[in-house]
Structures are given as C-alpha cells and as structure tokens.
Design a protein around this ligand. Structure first.
Ligand SMILES: Nc1c(C(=O)O)ncn1[C@@H]1O[C@H](COP(=O)(O)O)[C@@H](O)[C@H]1O
Length: 167
C-alpha cells in the first residue's frame, strides 16, 4: 500500500458515515489515505500532535469533520500549514448550521477550506484537486470523472425528452 497522502480526522465515531464518503472518493481515484478519530475538545493533545506531525509523515492534505461547536478543523489548521478541508457535520439541535459557521468563519491567516454540511464526497474531490496540481495522472482521472458525469446527465436528459414526447 502507498503511503497516505490525505489524513482524515473526525471528532467522533458518530461522524464516520459521512467521513467514509471522502475516503471512498479518494480510494476510487487511487489516492492513499489514513483515518482516525480525534477531537479538539476531548483529545486536544492527540489532535495537536497529529496535526504537527502530518507533513513530516508525508501527508499533503487534511480533511477534518466535526459537528456542533466544530473546532477540529480550525484547531488542526492552527498547528499545520498543510491545506485543511473542513466538513461541517449535521448533528445536534442546530442540524449542522452551528458546525458550518464554526468551520467556515476562521480568522484571517488560518484558513479552512469548508465544504457543505455533510459534504464528505466533495471534501474527497477537493483533496484530489489539490493533489492533482503536481500529479498529471490524477488530473486526468478527475477529467475522466467529470466527462462521465456529463455523459450520464446527457443520457438522462435525452431519456426525459423521449418520455415527454411520448406522453
Ligand atoms: N465538534 C466536535 C469536536 C471538536 O471540534 O473538537 N469533537 C467532537 N465534536 C463533535 O461532537 C458531535 C457529537 O459527538 P458524539 O456523537 O460523540 O456525542 C460530533 O459530531 C463530533 O464531531
């Protein structure tokens, strides 16, 4: 197995179903990843060590998912200059809006590239785009994915037009 290029962290095991989607996208594109549970609130020392050592371990992009008062992505970003992608998760009384604001509203200088609430898949694609800057074969795979998405939608569009003409 290749050395992981993407580190996926989440605040709780309850976040796993969404964060697994990021891992699935990366696997489909042939990108090696590692995944763990950590929490800026509940495991602050582990989180700091993980973020501080990520670059020397060969990680190039970090994806951090958390719900509620989501500090994980921001705290990780405060410990590393690697790109950090934040995934606000839908949990608790505010259904992810709290996590969205907490993740996206970072102070200048410590950015977190925030995807949609429960946007695990797009976090995977964004990490792949970042990695593709220096990897032409990965850029090609992303092009192919977009082309197949276009093709699928064109087919659905033609099918709809055919059905409408028959109605
Ligand atoms: N927001 C954070 C952080 C953090 O930001 O450090 N650690 C855990 N959590 C979040 O708390 C929610 C409830 O967690 P539990 O399901 O474990 O009670 C989860 O969505 C988690 O990401």
């Amino acid at each position: 197995m290749n050395k992981p290029l993407v580190g996926i962290l989440m605040g709780s095991d309850s976040d796993l179903p969404v964060m697994e989607k990021a891992a699935e996208v990366l696997s489909q594109l042939g990108i090696a990843w590692e995944m763990d549970i950590s929490s800026a609130h509940r495991l602050p020392d582990k989180t700091a060590v993980y973020a501080r050592t990520a670059r020397e371990r060969g990680i190039e992009v970090l994806i951090c998912g958390a719900g509620m008062a989501a500090h994980l992505a921001g705290v990780v970003a405060s410990h590393t200059t690697l790109p950090v992608i934040g995934v606000p998760l839908k949990s608790g009384a505010l259904a992810g809006v709290d996590a969205l604001y907490a993740t996206v509203q970072m102070p200048p200088g410590i950015p977190v590239a925030t995807v949609a609430i429960d946007g695990g898949k797009n976090a995977g694609y964004l990490a792949a785009s970042i990695l593709s800057i220096k990897r032409p074969e990965l850029a090609e795979k992303l092009e192919q994915f977009r082309a197949s998405t276009r093709q699928e939608l064109e087919t659905k569009s033609s099918e709809l037009q055919t059905r409408l003409k028959q109605a």
